[in-house]
Design a protein around this ligand. Structure first.
Ligand SMILES: [Fe+2]
Length: 397
C-alpha cells in the first residue's frame, strides 16, 4: 500500500536505475556494444557478491520449529508491523496459543527514507532493528513462523519485478528469516508446506506477489484523483502477478493431497472496492488464480491477505465460466499490527464493499484460522490489540 512517506524519498542515481529498470530487468538493454544484453540482476551480481563478503546481514532470533506431523488447529497471522513502533501485538498473538504464525508482509518498513543506494541500507537497518526486538525474540522462541513479504519489506513502495535490487532484497530476506534451501535455490520467496496426517492435513501455500509482478496501470494524475488508491484494472495480457515459474509451481502444489489449504497473498484478492494494490489490478491474472484454485485437488480453502492497514472477512462467488463449480471463495484480511491510520467507522463508510461481510476494521488487529476437524469447519477470526474478538465467520469444508 502506498504509504505516507513519499515526500521523504530522495532521488539518487540508483533510484533512477530502479526507475529505468523495466528494460534492464528483462535484459533488453545492451550496456556494452556488441556484448550479450545483461539484465539488471546480472549486472549487479558481482557487486552483491563482493558486498556480501564485506558486511554481515542481520539474522532473526531463533525460531522453534513445527514438526510436519502436527495437526493444525489454530493458525495466526498478521501484517504491517513497523519495526520502530510499539511491539505490543506479539504478546497478544502468543496469548491465543497458535500452532504457528504467518507474517504475511510489510513485516518492516525498510523502504522508508531509502536514498536509492543499491546496498539497501534502510532495509538492512530495518531488519537489524527487528533482530534486536525482544518482543519478537520472545515470540519466536515459542511460536513457529512462516513468512512472505509485501512492498515495504521488499524494499520499494508498491514495487515489483522492475525493482532493480530485488535479488539483493531476496538475499536479505532469506538470510534474516533462515529460508529453506528450496526457497533459496530459486528466484522469489514462495513456499508451501503441508502439516498433519491424512484426513487432517493443512497445506500452507505462501505466494510471492512482489518479485515477479509487472507494474500496475496507474491512474493518470488529476487533482480530482479518486481517494481510494492509484491503480486501475489492466487487461494487458503481457502483465503478470506471479510470473510463469511461480504459476506452474502453484498448479503443482494445488494438485497435492490436502484436506484444507491456506493460501497467502500479501495483497487482497477478491475485493473490487478500492484502487490500492490488489489482484483486481490484473483481472486476467485473478481469473487465472480462481480457475487454478477451483481445479485444486479436493480440499477446503481459505485465502489470507494483509497490506491494507485495515482488515475484514470477504466472500466472493466467481462465475461458473471461471470455476465451473460456482464455489464461494473466502478471504480473511488482517492489517495492521501496529500501524493504524484510521477508524473502523470512517473506513467502513469510505469503502463500501458488497464482498465484505464485516466492517472494515481499522484499529490494530491480527487474524486466526481455527480448524475444527471433527465438524469439518474452519473459523476466520480477527482480534484487536487487547485480544478482543472483532469479527468471526465459520465455514464448513
Ligand atoms: Fe503493502
Amino acid at each position: 500500500m502506498r504509504a505516507v512517506f513519499a515526500a521523504s524519498f530522495t532521488v539518487s542515481s540508483a533510484a533512477l536505475i530502479a526507475a529505468a529498470a523495466p528494460a534492464l530487468a528483462h535484459g533488453h538493454t545492451d550496456p556494452a556494444k556488441g556484448a550479450v544484453p545483461l539484465s539488471a540482476d546480472e549486472m549487479l551480481a558481482p557487486y552483491y557478491a563482493k558486498l556480501e563478503k564485506q558486511i554481515e546481514l542481520p539474522v532473526a532470533q531463533p525460531n522453534v520449529s513445527l514438526p510436519r506431523e502436527t495437526t493444525l488447529t489454530r493458525v495466526a497471522f498478521g501484517s504491517c508491523n513497523h519495526q520502530s513502533r510499539s511491539q505490543h501485538m506479539w504478546a497478544q498473538i502468543a496469548a491465543k496459543n497458535p500452532d504457528m504464525f504467518l507474517f504475511i508482509g510489510d513485516n518492516n518498513y525498510g523502504d522508508q527514507f531509502w536514498k536509492g543506494d543499491a546496498s539497501l541500507t534502510t532495509l538492512r537497518a530495518a531488519y537489524a532493528k527487528m533482530a534486536q526486538t525482544p518482543e519478537l525474540g520472545e515470540f519466536r522462541s515459542k511460536v513457529p513462523m512462516m513468512v512472505t513479504w509485501d512492498d515495504h519489506d521488499f524494499g520499494f513502495n508498491d514495487g515489483g519485478a522492475n525493482f532493480a535490487f530485488r535479488g539483493w532484497s531476496e538475499t536479505i530476506f532469506e538470510t534474516f528469516w533462515g529460508s529453506s534451501n528450496e526457497v533459496r535455490s530459486r528466484p522469489g520467496i514462495y513456499e508451501s508446506v503441508t502439516f498433519g496426517e491424512e484426513g487432517k492435513r493443512t497445506q500452507i501455500i505462501i505466494l510471492d506477489t512482489r518479485y515477479f509482478r509487472s507494474d500496475f496501470e496507474a491512474i493518470p494524475y488529476s487533482p480530482e484523483r479518486p481517494p481510494l488508491g492509484p491503480y486501475l484494472p489492466s487487461n494487458d495480457t503481457s502483465k503478470t502477478l506471479l510470473g510463469d515459474e511461480q504459476w506452474s509451481w502453484l498448479s503443482q502444489e494445488l494438485a497435492k493431497p490436502a484436506d484444507l489449504r491456506i493460501v497467502v497473498s500479501s495483497i487482497q484478492v477478491v475485493t473490487d472496492a478500492h484502487n490500492y494494490e490488489s489482484w483486481e489490478a490484473l483481472p486476467i491474472e485473478r481469473t487465472k488464480l480462481y480457475g487454478m484454485l477451483a481445479a485444486r485437488e479436493a480440499s477446503g480453502l481459505v485465502l489470507l491477505s494483509g497490506d491494507r492497514h485495515a482488515g475484514g472477512i470477504y466472500a466472493d462467488t466467481p462465475s461458473r465460466e471461471i470455476t465451473r463449480t460456482g464455489e464461494k471463495f473466502w478471504e480473511l484480511t488482517s492489517s495492521s499490527m501496529n500501524y493504524s491510520f484510521s477508524s473502523t467507522e470512517q473506513n467502513t463508510k469510505r469503502e463500501p464493499d458488497a464482498k465484505r461481510i464485516t466492517d472494515l476494521i481499522s484499529e490494530e488487529n491480527f487474524g486466526t484460522v481455527e480448524i475444527d476437524w471433527d465438524a469439518k469447519a474452519f473459523t476466520m477470526k480477527l482480534y484487536g490489540n487487547k485480544g478482543e474478538e472483532r469479527a468471526s465467520q465459520s465455514v464448513k469444508f
